[in-house]
Design a protein around this ligand. Structure first.
Ligand code: FES
Length: 148
């Protein structure tokens, strides 16, 4: 399919937008991160498998940065676990079992318990081999245009 346009004017910090955004048959997560969520990303660098997003298959070049996004606060991800394709859940506050004191929240895949941080970067030694993919996107005013 072609590009999908989403209005992001009323994004609520800490929540996945809508939940029904899809591009090319895949769920897209749009999340407005809080300043606190952004501040903890550098602290996660030592704990994630690909801190600098060097696997170029997982994001466009403009998202190859600390926050993996164009605008630091707005995260856009394909909501498909890189292990076997389940839907990771947003856990910005509540930590699921098994509890990991180093994990500061992010995405948790219920199928085989892979943990990702708030930039979709997978922690080390998880079943999932790569960071959550970032689709191509750009902004037109208050509209987020996903796809090309
Ligand atoms: Fe996500 Fe296996 S599908 S951990």
């Amino acid at each position: 399919g072609g590009p999908v346009t989403v209005n992001v004017a009323n994004l609520v910090a800490g929540q996945i937008l809508g939940g029904d955004v899809a591009w090319r048959g895949q769920p897209v997560y749009v999340i407005k991160r809080t300043p606190k969520m952004l501040e903890m990303l550098p602290q996660m660098d030592a704990l994630v498998a690909d801190p600098k997003s060097q696997n170029i298959d997982q994001q466009p070049k403009y998202a190859q940065n600390e926050h993996r996004s164009l605008k630091p606060d707005v995260l856009v991800l394909i909501g498909v676990c890189t292990h076997l394709g389940c839907a990771p859940e947003l856990h910005s506050e509540v930590k699921p079992e098994p509890f990991d004191p180093d994990w500061k929240g992010g995405f948790f895949c219920p199928c085989h318990k892979s943990k990702y941080d708030m930039a979709g970067r997978v922690l080390k030694s998880q079943p999932a081999p790569a960071n959550l993919p970032v689709p191509p996107y750009h902004f037109e005013g208050d509209s987020l245009v996903i796809g090309i």
